[in-house]
Design a protein around this ligand. Structure first.
Ligand code: S3P
Length: 166
């Protein structure tokens, strides 16, 4: 099986969907954010504080190159499309799935997910976050082989859509 790479804004459900999809397909699930933390031995928030976003993107890109060829379901960080090298890696990959949804739903999820500190969400006003969401839509669309609007779908329907389309 070719690996399935999930992309989408923070709070779009990449981790939750990815875990379920991996278990259905009986392949490992890899979360790029978790991989980052275990490799760098530091939380993403601390890494942003200490080294800034540009350094984070560089590391994230190196990690993506290590992970992409694995036979797994891979959930990327929401900003993976911000980097040209990553966009090229994703363009060359045959199975990239964009999980999308309305900003209001996504914003609520980000706000209620207190366990996950997302530096970009913390530092931005809702209006700024909405601008970022809008700006990234085009980049996700361009990178995606499969687009799933999760808004009105149950988890089982999302999984089925991805499995059918891959
Ligand atoms: C980021 C999204 C986060 C994480 C980091 C930066 C972004 O991942 O990689 O905080 O730029 O959108 P999730 O999309 O898994 O929250």
């Amino acid at each position: 099986m070719k690996s399935i790479v999930l992309i989408g804004f923070m709070g779009s459900g990449k981790t939750t969907v990815g875990q379920r999809l991996a278990s259905e397909l009986k392949v490992p699930f890899i979360d790029c954010d978790d991989f980052f933390v275990s490799k760098e031995k530091m939380s993403i928030a601390d890494f942003f504080d200490r080294y800034g976003e540009t350094a984070f993107r560089k590391k994230e890109s190196e990690h993506l190159a290590d992970l992409l060829h694995q036979n797994a379901v891979i959930a990327t960080g929401g900003g993976i499309v911000m980097n040209e090298a990553n966009r090229q890696q994703l363009a060359a990959h045959p199975c990239v799935c964009w999980l999308t949804g309305d900003f209001e739903t996504i914003y609520q999820r980000i706000n209620s997910d207190k366990a996950n500190v997302r530096p970009l969400a913390e530092e931005k006003t809702p209006e700024e976050l909405y601008q970022l969401y809008n700006m990234r839509q085009k980049l996700y669309r361009e990178a995606a082989d499969i687009i799933v609007d999760t808004e009105a779908l149950s988890m089982s329907e999302i999984i089925e859509k991805i499995i059918t389309a891959r």
